[in-house]
Design a protein around this ligand. Structure first.
Ligand code: CAA
Length: 258
């Protein structure tokens, strides 16, 4: 696929995807979402890649769904060709960890995209919000569902109903982002984290991601059962034998991803 709306690159075992519609602050149109989901799928199936980063520019991670593309839509059109939700679902199903490296505007579908990722590293310039109410709609790609879970019902309600914004510092304090870093360091810090994760045993990393995401949605007792089944399954991997033998022999482990 010729890429017109994203830039894809790789640094060792880290796959990088940059949203690339800077003139419209990386508004998410159908073509961008198709390219993004395809790039994530490709990295997810590439055994040389162990962690994925999605980022925008210093000015904007993304200002949300493309309002021009959406403005004339009918319910049937949205249902038939839900370019946002269909492709967010593809991202959600990726088995490798995805880090959102966020700077500047992270609004509407952009905020929903960041929340679909597994971790968010934010620049102190980042601003988060769900301003859809100002357009006569509501967040439609996980905003009401994920924001309330991430930062609590009351603040999510306030942000979504007022269309207001939340600073990076507040987003960190409320647990929406894992870390806020100064200015332009956000991408470097995301890469550092990605490299660290990429150096861990790959099957255990996938299982840890799967367990956290799954268990987050389950009642505690079911979640504990789910987690323990994944934990026991890891005892069938060579990496478990290697990790524990290496610890006991006081040497560095060599992961095989098997
Ligand atoms: N869709 C389409 N174009 C957009 C856009 C969007 N979401 N956001 C910004 N742009 C365009 C602007 O129209 C403008 O284009 P022109 O230069 O051709 O006029 C360009 O990007 C730059 O934007 P501004 O001049 O407005 O820049 P600013 O710095 O003054 O303001 C902003 C930045 C506050 C982000 C403002 O652009 C804005 O409010 N954007 C819309 C944010 C929004 O409402 N997002 C929700 C979209 S709906 C959604 O996401 C639904 C969902 O849940 C799935």
């Amino acid at each position: 696929m010729a890429l017109e709306n994203i830039v894809v690159s790789r640094e060792d075992s880290v796959g990088l995807i940059q949203l690339n519609r800077p003139k419209v602050l990386n508004a998410l149109n159908g073509a961008l979402m198709e390219e993004l989901a395809a790039a994530v799928d490709e990295f997810d199936h590439d055994s040389a890649i162990h962690c994925i980063i999605i980022h925008g520019t210093d000015r904007a991670f993304s200002a949300g769904a493309d309002i021009e593309q959406m403005s004339a839509a009918t319910p049937a059109m949205m249902l038939e060709n839900s370019w946002i939700n269909r492709n967010f679902e593809r991202l959600r199903r990726a088995s490798k960890p995805i880090i959102a490296a966020v700077s500047g505007y992270c609004l509407g579908g952009g905020c929903e995209l960041a929340m679909t990722c597994d971790m968010v590293i934010a620049s102190e310039t980042a601003q988060f919000g769900q301003p859809e109410i100002n357009l006569g709609v509501i967040p439609g790609a996980g905003g009401t569902a994920r924001l309330a879970r991430a930062i609590g019902k009351s603040r999510a309600m306030e942000l979504i109903l007022s269309g207001g914004r939340m600073s990076a510092k507040e987003a960190e304090m409320r647990g929406l982002v894992s870390r806020v870093v100064p200015g332009e360091l956000y991408l470097e810090e995301a890469k550092k984290l990605a490299r660290e994760i990429a150096g861990k045993p790959p099957i255990a990393v996938r299982f840890a991601k799967e367990s956290i995401n799954k268990v987050y949605e389950l009642p505690l007792s079911e979640g504990l059962d789910y987690e323990s089944r994944l934990f026991y399954t890891l005892f069938s991997t060579e990496d478990q034998k290697e990790g524990m033998s290496a610890f006991l022999a006081k040497r560095k482990p060599h992961w095989k991803g098997k």
